[in-house]
Ligand binder design. Structure first.
Ligand code: PGA
Length: 247
């Protein structure tokens, strides 16, 4: 068995301000009692200041363009992220898929550009409540992973992270039980392993969806759960630290 990287990632979404950036930075810079790599993904404007202040944790973006440059008002490219030492980029979050109409194909294009520019993608996948009730969880997640793997090739996942986020658990306070999550994580790892065992063995797969200081330990103790992607609870400094310490 290989030792996989552990990550705890804050997805601030359209939240957070300079005050929270300052408090979170100070707290994370002093955090020593976790083996997890701590990552903060704030809104774009804050990435520059985090990068300039040489923080001791990793920084990530919540999205990026599928284009490299040109007349695309409002977009931010992979090379721009990379120039600011942005190590990770969340791609294919269910809010991007549902609200902004991002397809598997668009997400695959973004994934390819991120890897090409040295930014590590955190690829989000997950089923809706209806899909779970219809027993379509594995089909949906399988297709989401396959769409990207077919485009970029399994080797591109060497530098990537996958986050399993059941849509029905995001921001709802309903968490998948540790066993439910583990089942899907194992399915994802097997899918990658069917293309490349070594990539699958080292690929961090995070759980996301109402992770908090109370449920993190149980989730992170599962064999195929390598950390978390945390929304709401990552806006509270002490709680986010506690989730980090649960690894
Ligand atoms: P949540 O969000 O922790 O607030 O459920 C997770 C996410 O959307 O990444």
């Amino acid at each position: 068995m290989s030792v996989r990287r552990r990550l705890v990632v804050a997805n601030w979404k359209l939240n957070g301000d300079l005050t929270l950036i300052g408090k979170m930075s100070a707290a994370l810079n002093g955090l020593t009692d976790t083996t997890a790599e701590m990552v903060v993904c704030p809104a774009y404007p804050y990435l520059g200041s985090l990068s300039a202040s040489k923080v001791k944790f990793s920084i990530g973006a919540q999205n990026m363009s599928q284009y490299t440059s040109g007349a695309f008002t409002g977009e931010v490219s992979a090379s721009m992220l990379s120039a600011f030492d942005v190590k990770y980029v969340i791609l294919g979050h269910s809010e991007r898929r549902a609200i902004f109409g991002e397809s598997n194909e668009i997400i695959a294009e973004k994934f390819a550009l991120a890897v090409k520019n040295g930014v590590h993608p955190i690829l989000c996948v997950g089923e809706t409540e209806e899909q779970r009730n219809n027993d379509e969880t594995e089909a949906v997640i399988g297709a989401q992973v396959k769409a990207v793997m077919d485009k970029v090739g399994v080797k591109a996942f060497i530098d990537a992270v996958i986050a399993y986020e059941p849509v029905w658990a995001i921001g709802t306070g309903k968490t998948a039980t540790a066993e439910m999550a583990q089942q899907v994580h194992r399915f994802i790892r097997q899918q990658v392993a069917s293309e490349d065992q070594q990539v699958a063995d080292t690929l961090p797969i995070l759980y996301g969806g109402s992770v908090n200081a109370g449920n993190a330990k149980d989730l992170f103790a599962q064999a195929d759960i390598d950390g978390g992607l945390v929304g709401g609870a990552s806006l509270k400094v002490e709680e986010f630290l506690a989730i980090g310490r649960s690894v």
